[in-house]
Design a protein around this ligand. Structure first.
Ligand code: ASP
Length: 324
């Protein structure tokens, strides 16, 4: 019989709505009322790691989860389910994807409606996440996100709606599987990525978004010895207004890694345009194009690469790799 370790971290899936309509953490985790439908089929071990709304979760908490999961992978555990608030779920899931071996099933899930709201999705997502983690096919898929009966990769999934239960989507590539009434069905293969178990996390890795007429001041504020790295969500295929070029050049002269993704919801940032501020020029300046990730994922990847002490060349390869 397989053993699945469940790590609760909080989020709406562990919250209840009070009389005034506000949703907040409750002292008793509503997931503890889950009547295990897998008795005799799966051995479930539950640990309450945190009880935090996910905007309170950052790299320090992600590191605690990574360490617990690496330990579980060396024990008699066949897979892990992490329950998590949905706001930063994609970041924690991708952090784990980059730090835990690809062949160890880890599934992250959450809920859009708290336990006592009508149509609450928590217990259903929880159950389907356990089914997925226990599936033989969940191996070698990296970290997965299971919500609303869909299986997404941690690498590409993103929260797309503030409240809809179908909020988790994978733009450009789509989900890689489904949880049906009878079975867990994978219909895509995933190109696996390098992973780097890390034992600390660096700070001061920033994420900013480009906009028409972008002011250079924000980049100028980052021109100091504290800054470890910057991710910019650039315009379109990967371009920036010329107004920010002088500030960018100063940051690059300081050897601060600058990574570029697109602020577009779909598609891949690429070096296409050769005009002033165009992607070709940015790439020639030494900015690294990160192909296919959104801004928050690229920031996690840069943070993991820096925390793994990758050399400048290794870091560039790690970030620009089109598949991982
Ligand atoms: N704000 C909540 C959180 O991320 C949202 C949720 O869990 O759905 O903790």
């Amino acid at each position: 019989m397989k053993t699945i370790l469940i790590l609760h971290t909080g989020g709406t899936i562990a919250m209840s709505q009070n009389e005034d309509g506000g949703v907040a953490p409750s002292s008793a985790n509503p997931l503890d009322t889950f009547k295990n439908p897998f008795i005799g089929k799966l051995n479930l071990i539950t640990e309450d790691v945190f009880n935090l709304p996910s905007p309170h979760i950052g790299p320090a908490e992600m590191l605690i989860l990574e360490k617990r999961i690496l330990q579980a992978a060396s024990e008699d555990v066949d897979g892990v389910v992490v329950t998590h608030g949905t706001d930063t779920l994609e970041e924690t899931a991708y952090f784990l994807d980059l730090t835990v071996p690809n062949d160890f099933p880890v599934v992250v899930t959450g809920a859009m409606r708290s336990a006592n709201e009508i149509g609450s999705d928590g217990l259903h997502n929880f159950q389907t996440a356990i089914q997925t983690a226990a599936s033989d096919e969940a191996k070698n898929k990296g970290v997965l996100v299971v919500m609303n009966d869909e299986i997404h990769t941690a690498r590409y999934v993103t929260k797309t709606h503030t409240t809809n239960v179908a909020t988790f989507r994978t733009p450009t590539f789509g989900p890689i599987g489904l949880v049906t009434k009878n079975r867990v069905l994978f219909y895509e293969q995933l190109l696996l990525n390098d992973y780097h178990p890390i034992d600390h996390v660096v700070n001061h890795v920033y994420l900013i978004k480009a906009y028409a007429g972008m002011d250079p001041e924000m980049l100028e504020f980052m021109d100091n010895e504290k800054t470890n790295g910057i991710v910019i969500e650039a315009l379109g295929a990967g371009n920036l207004p010329p107004s920010v070029l002088p500030a960018l050049k100063k940051l690059l002269a300081r050897k601060i890694p600058i990574v570029l993704v697109s602020r577009c919801f779909n598609g891949i940032a690429q070096e296409v345009y050769s005009y002033n501020g165009g992607g070709i020029q940015l790439s020639n300046l030494g900015i690294t194009f990160c192909h296919g990730l959104n801004g928050q994922k690229a920031r996690i990847k840069l943070l993991v690469g820096l925390s793994a002490n990758l050399s400048t060349t290794e870091l560039t390869d790690f970030l620009s790799d089109a598949v991982s």
